[in-house]
Design a protein around this ligand. Sequence first.
Ligand SMILES: C[S@@+](CC[C@H](N)C(=O)[O-])C[C@H]1O[C@@H](n2cnc3c(N)ncnc32)[C@H](O)[C@@H]1O
Length: 944
Amino acid sequence: METLKAAIPENLKRAIEDSTVDDLRSTCSSLHRFFLQFDTFHQIITQLADPKYGLCGKSKEDALKSKQLGNQCFSNADYAKALDCYTQRRVRPIVFCPSDTGLNFMKMEIGNDKALRKAPLDTADVKSNLVATLYINRATVLHAWYRRGKANASLGNYRNAICDLNVAKSVEFSIDGKRQIESELKILLDQCKSTSALVQKQHKENSCSTVDTVLLRVARSAPISFDYRVSLKCTQLIVLSLLPPLEQSPEPLLKQSLEQSSKSSPLPEYSLLSKQLPSELLLSDQPFFESSQACFSLRNMATPLSNANLPHLLDDNRLNGRNYLQWAQFIRRMLKDLLQATWKKKALNRLAELKGQPTRKAYQATSDFENTGKTLSSPAIEEGMLAFRVEIDQLKSSMESISEIPQMKLQCVSMPNKGRGMVSSCVISPGSLVHSEEPYAMIRAGGKMFRIYPEKNDTFKNMPSDLGEYAAEVIQSSDSEQEIEDITEHKHECQGVHWPVVLPSEIVLAGRMLARLLLNSTSEDIINFVERLELSHCYEHMSSERKLDSHIYAIVLLYCLQHSFGAMVSPDGVSISQVVLVVIIISQIKVNCMTVVRLKSIDTHGLSGHFGEFSFESGAHSTSNVEQVRVGKAIYKAASLFNHSCQPNAHAYFLSRTLYIRTTNGVASGCQLELSYGPQVGLWDCQDRLNFLKDEYAFHCRCIGCSEVNVSDIVLNAFHCVNPNCSGAVLESRVLDCEQQKIKHFPITDGVDKNDDIYEVCLDVFKQNGASIHSRPGYCLKCGSNCDLESSHAAVSKALICIRRLQDTILSKEISSITISDALRSLQLLRSNLHAYNKCIAEAEDSIAQAFCLVGELQLSVDHCKASIQILEKLYDTDDIVIAHELVKLSSIQLSLDDCTAVESLNRINDIFSRYYGLHADLVFPYLQYLRREIEKFSVKAIQ
Ligand SMILES: C[S@@+](CC[C@H](N)C(=O)[O-])C[C@H]1O[C@@H](n2cnc3c(N)ncnc32)[C@H](O)[C@@H]1O
């Protein structure tokens, strides 16, 4: 595109850069005319629109070179480098920032061009299998570690296995791959902790062992997907289910299968069992074993129990009914066989679909379980079941919560200075779901280079169909099956030539929106389409550069679409009105596009990966617990009506692609409902927020946080008064100017409570009757003393270097007592130069807490963690999600210390999470369940 841009005559460029909406017809027309007679433009369109060409930079020679280099690294055992050479691109996860809904434009970080990225997917190549070979090579590298991990696990060398899987995880960067390894790790860590206890208990005959408890728990969770009730008289095994019926009931098939099985096997065990039902089995709070029929339920079964596996299931001498353990073993074995059958996968997939969950997740649950069953020794199977139960629990909670429908009626009204906005039409309590919506159009982060269809690819042709499908699915590193649904809308992107690699995401999104229009309608033209979208735009406020870009891309996009859709775009060729409207669509996307993010919580099981020094003997404690991963960008039509506030009262989050909006505070009837588009009071000071919103969304924020004085904006970057006992804030000119503007427009009233924090940090301002801040930069806002900001700056910079060094050692796992002592001295320096609520102090406290945690000084870690939270509570609302995340860290360390105040922390965490995520809290943040379990255990211990 740079070539196109560079060729545009200067005067036309300037006209475009200075244009308003009214000028668009003339500017678009001039640029269109220019491009039409410019050969390079036509070449670019052909390359973009024709899969034969490769604007994505595809080159067989380059791909082969990278592949050879990869092979070389592989033979030198430099697996990480080899992987890098084979791979296509890298999208780096974004470290958690408090507002998890950045509406900002996402810049996808693309790694160096490597073999897969360069490999062409033309017909000739499919034959020579370059792409497939590269994927296989890449897989081999990953598998070197992965396999070693599995082998170690099966030998019971859990520690080594955990290390191996962590290495595999660190070299794998597809989100799905990592997730799979993480779930393996999770199972392993659980196993490691409980295997010995399990094995011991398992051997105690005639008693209810842990294995049995596990089994019963599986059984109790079963009604979500399986309702198996076993009883004894019947010689039949019937599978039913609680799920909605399939088109065809499986029962006749089953009956038939059972009858056949009965002929070959009279099922003697069943008759025997019927007489000897152990009474312990009735202890379960649900009628686990019931009356007179052997009845295993699973209606979603696509394949009935086969003749082959039924006798196998029942050919079991243990079915003498004498004791509970034997019964449990029988059921376990049966469950294992049932669960490992093909229909299990299908059933789970179906179950997940029913709940709007990505199928892949269900698949993952199943395959994790299967892998566990296959690779690990027998106690692990029980653990696998436990893991399976956790998955099922999650699916259950997703089923409950997905069915949650927004109850509140919202109205769209016009706001002064903000255009339209959403207001409540009744009183709304905190944590209420007020809106949910599917995207109108979406682009995924990283996009997909291409799809590989097993039936068309030699490499997969010889595999069983399931395996081929699975392999194809894995190598596509698809995040969600829902992408497949969209694929028709993406056809114009020319399969192999993947637009997201070449074009900015908002342009690809605009293309998808238009493709959707063109696919769905024959009569509607782009003009009606834009009107119907009813999205606001920001053309007038866009930078000159963006105006020029939007012109170029609008024309390019329309010609590419014409290539795919022909006359559907316009029978007489691309028109000027269309170009104008596409420019408008691009500027609409700029203000209305949301970044879809997924919160990835780091639970205890992932700790070793994140804080290498984690040791399970010392308990599970973490000092960091969540990462925010950008999944893609999308347009949500109705949600586009929510305005931004830096002190929002609503929170947006995503489950898969579905957007949910929940109130975080109580909202009075008629009040505005506002989200944060990213910036938030407490996260940045006012000036930084205003700049960000101007740059990214082209508007001047007029929210309450940016219009009225608040303590956070004053202290966040403030210095300490020279008077050590004074709590006043000393501001630099940048912050002071901004705060003075606020006071000018919104004078602080006389009635400020003397206990207010604001009174404490800037008393002088109130003395001056609230007219304006008369103070100058470097003067205390409370007592008026002058502070030498230059020397304070120097001291702070020095201290921060030291804190950064500590952070580096935390990352490199080389923490020494010297680095910690240096950091503690620097903390003192920060405290004497910066205002007590300055955010740098909170961050330093947090790093020190993390360091102490990692070296096992847990009490000191708790102290510093608390100090950090105290400051953050001043900067954010005390019920802000940021505080909850900090409390998660604190509580896990408290737990390790057997400190009963962990319960208090957990209660606060629960409260905040339910405000932000309601019924979805456990789903978004599974670590909560772990914390609760730990606290339960801890309470039991305390009672004993
Ligand atoms: C996603 S739209 C929100 C709905 C929009 N008000 C409308 O009328 O369609 C974003 C646009 O709303 C306006 N807006 C949202 N929040 C604002 C705020 N805090 N201050 C000023 N304008 C705001 C800006 O014009 C921004 O570009």
